[in-house]
Each structure stands twice: as structure tokens, then as C-alpha cells.
Design a protein around this ligand. Structure first.
Ligand code: 6PG
Length: 262
């Protein structure tokens, strides 16, 4: 089931919500979209810059990208991988977002290692955020905000995205590209791209699956950000596209809603 509004023309914010039978199909289709966007960007401008999300939801996507036909089809030499956020742990820690992506995907494809730009979760959080921001400025240049070709995002049931959590002062950050907020509910620091960086992406693709995500997806998709200033609801790319790939269980309310309309 596909629904979209806006034409997605240059400069116009558009969004598209696509619902898949299950998370494996969602992962395969997200991999096909990644491959298409990467090929277009490398053909058009020589490189494709994507920021990856963590957690469990992207695993089927990463697994698909590690296999045929995507392993052979994607122009890996022009692909640059970054992270939208990282836990403050070493890269070999079970909680590391880098480790999950590396083991599931990156270690299995011929991407040049210098194209894999890891957030250094093992270092002092503030220093790691400063260092990553320098890496981004070196890659994108410092004029204006960085324009990622794609930023993958997940959503927590509390409405967090990347490591931007509800009520965090980092949501007001309008200068820095990378921050190291202390997350009270997790009793730990995190590394995260800031809201303006997410909102300057050419494309933001949210992936959500599981019935536990249905309620928050309904909130994100049908409420006004002024009423519900949850981090995931504040993602509205200035000049880019906002896409949602959901599995049926995370979109169950849409069917119910359609039922109400009947
Ligand atoms: C992280 C993520 C985070 C994640 C959501 C959803 O580091 O945990 O970047 O924002 O996307 O918490 O996580 P799941 O996919 O595991 O539900």
C-alpha cells in the first residue's frame, strides 16, 4: 500500500508512506531504493553520502545490501557511510551501531574502508562529537549545513529518533552538527547528528516495524508538530523528501483509519 502527498518537486517538501507485508520485504525494498539513489548520486555527482541508523530495525536492510543483486550493483567506491548516532561504547561492543552494520553488511561488500566514517563511541563523548563534526566539515565543507543524500532513521516508542530524545536540550541546538547529549532515561551519553543536520538532508527515510511502533507512527504521521513536539515529529526536511517505510503491523492503524472512512 503506497500513499504520498506533494509532488516531491525541487524545493517542495514531500512525503511518502509505503507499507510492506513484513520487515524482510521492507528491508529488500529499502535496499533497492538505497541502490537506486546511490547509483543516481554517484553517476550525477561522483559520490553518495548516507547516514545510517542504529537499533534492530535496519538489520534486514543491511542484510539485503550485503547480498545479490545489491552487492554487485552498488558503486561502492563512491559510497560514503556515516552514522546518525552512536552509543558511547567501543566498536566491538554488542550495543555498537557500527558493529551491527559492519558485521551484517559493511564487512561483506567492497566499500573502501576510508569511505566508512565511524563515530568514535569509545572516546570521551564531547571530544568524539567535536572530532566527528570536523570529519563532516572536511567532507561537506563548512558553508551552510551538510546535505546528506540519505539519512536513515528509526523511531523509538517514546518518539526519539537518532539519539534525540524527548525533552532534551539538544533539540534546541541550532549551531553544532554533532552533539553528545546525556540521556537521562538511559543514564548515559550518546553521540548524535543534530536536528538541523537531519532537516537539511536530501532524503530522510524512516524505517519502522512491529506493532509496538504503531501508536508512535500514528502520532508522527497525523499530528501537528506544534501539538506534539516529539523529536521524530520534528523531522521535516527543508528541501528534501521525508519517506516512511513501515511493515503492516506498524501501520495497522492506517487500515483501521481507512475502515473508519468507509
Ligand atoms: C539507536 C538508534 C535509535 C533507533 C530507535 C529504534 O541508536 O538506538 O539510532 O534511534 O533507531 O531506538 O530502535 P529499534 O530499531 O531497535 O526499534
Amino acid at each position: 500500500m503506497r500513499s504520498s502527498n506533494g509532488t516531491g518537486g525541487a524545493g517542495e517538501r514531500s512525503e511518502e508512506v509505503i507499507v510492506f507485508p513484513d520487515r524482510e520485504e521492507m528491508g529488500r525494498e529499502a535496499a533497492a531504493a538505497f541502490a537506486r539513489w546511490a547509483s543516481e548520486a554517484v553517476r550525477g555527482g561522483g559520490r553518495f553520502a548516507a547516514a545510517l541508523s542504529g537499533g534492530a530495525t535496519p538489520r534486514p536492510l543491511y542484510r539485503s545490501l550485503a547480498g545479490s543483486p545489491f552487492r554487485e550493483a552498488i558503486p561502492w567506491k563512491g559510497v560514503h557511510l556515516f552514522w546518525g548516532d552512536e552509543r558511547c561504547v567501543p566498536p566491538d561492543h554488542p550495543d555498537s551501531n557500527y558493529r551491527m552494520a559492519y558485521e551484517t553488511w559493511i564487512s561483506k561488500v567492497p566499500i573502501p574502508l576510508e569511505n566508512v566514517h565511524r563515530m568514535k563511541g569509545e572516546e570521551d563523548p564531547k571530544a568524539a562529537a567535536d572530532e566527528y563534526e570536523e570529519q563532516l566539515r572536511a567532507f561537506f565543507g563548512s558553508a551552510g549545513w551538510p546535505a546528506f543524500d540519505l539519512i536513515l532513521l528509526g523511531v523509538g516508542v517514546d518518539g526519539h529518533t537518532a539519539s534525540l530524545f524527548p525533552g532534551s536540550s539538544v533539540l534546541n541546538q541550532q549551531r553544532r552538527w554533532v552533539a553528545a547529549p546525556y540521556v537521562e532515561k538511559l543514564k548515559t551519553h550518546r553521540l548524535t547528528l543534530t536536528l538541523p543536520v537531519l532537516n537539511h538532508a536530501r532524503r530522510v527515510l524512516f524505517l519502522a516495524a512491529g506493532e509496538e511502533k504503531a501508536e508512535i507512527m500514528k502520532t508522527i504521521l497525523i499530528t501537528d508538530p506544534a501539538e506534539v513536539p516529539l523529536p521524530a515529529r520534528l523531522i521535516e526536511p527543508r528541501h528534501g523528501r521525508r519517506l516512511f517505510f513501515l511493515d503492516q503491523t506498524a501501520a495497522a492503524w492506517m487500515n483501521r483509519k481507512r475502515g473508519d472512512d468507509r
